[in-house]
Design a protein around this ligand. Structure first.
Ligand SMILES: *Cc1c(COP(=O)(O)O)cnc(C)c1O
Length: 227
């Protein structure tokens, strides 16, 4: 069995050390525990170790886990995966934040369906300009933000990026730095960036949310397998 509490201790120590290096208070960074494909018991274990923020990638899996874990008060789900319009209702209903907003139709559907407090949204930016990758292009970012900011039920809080997976975490430093500059330019205070392989570098470059899965929960089951 994965020692989730032990892994969390280790990740938190690394997170705090990165904050110290960057001269930032440790509570400036939210640890988002990426629990996709992990069973509800894994989230319960992390919740028991004081974690409150969980990241999910699949809309139905979000719904199932959120229904099942409704009793855990203060637990917040963040949806971090690509979202199709026809699944937006699950995110509108169950998510506290959405990190991968990159299409206006999805924003409109979330806006229509959201009840209660606004859904915190991070706009995903395609930093490397890769055709195959999700995210709004830099050139289109200003206009996209204007459109989304006009929608009720959504609150744009920051930018998100998922730079290429690299052997050397330093290789993503320029991407992180660039995302921070873009956020500042557009008046956004939150930055969702950094995963297991590079979250410390992301913190040094200003991340306010780091999305860490494998270092907390261990390796995920292979694609296609249900949790
Ligand atoms: C799965 C995932 C993560 C977590 O990746 P790890 O390498 O397991 O830390 C972070 N962000 C997004 C968007 C993901 O899909």
């Amino acid at each position: 069995m994965t020692d989730i509490a032990g892994n969390l201790k280790n990740v938190r120590a690394r997170l705090e050390a990165a904050c110290r290096r960057a001269g930032r208070p440790p509570d400036a960074v939210t640890l988002l525990c990426v629990s996709k494909k992990m069973p509800p018991e894994a989230l319960e274990a992390a919740f028991g170790a004081q974690e409150r923020h969980f990241g999910e990638n699949y809309a139905q899996e979000l719904r199932d886990k959120a229904e099942r874990l409704q009793g855990l008060s203060g637990l917040h789900f963040h949806f971090i995966g690509p979202l199709q319009t026809n699944k937006a209702r699950y995110v509108a209903r169950w998510a506290w934040a959405f990190h991968a907003l990159d299409r206006l139709e999805v924003a409109q559907e979330l806006s229509r369906r959201r009840e209660g407090e606004p859904l915190r949204c991070f706009v995903e930016v395609n930093l490397a300009g890769e055709d195959s990758k999700a995210g709004v292009s830099e050139a289109g970012l200003g206009a996209f933000l204007d459109s989304v900011r006009a929608l009720p039920g959504l609150q744009v809080v920051g930018l998100m990026a998922l730079p290429p997976l690299q052997e050397n975490p330093e290789a993503n430093r320029p991407h992180f730095r660039h995302l921070a500059q873009l956020a500042q330019k557009h008046g956004l205070s939150e930055l969702s960036m950094g995963t297991t392989s590079d979250f410390e570098v992301a913190i040094e470059e200003g991340a306010t949310v780091v999305r860490v899965g494998t270092a907390i929960f261990g390796e995920r089951p292979p694609p296609g397998k249900k949790p």
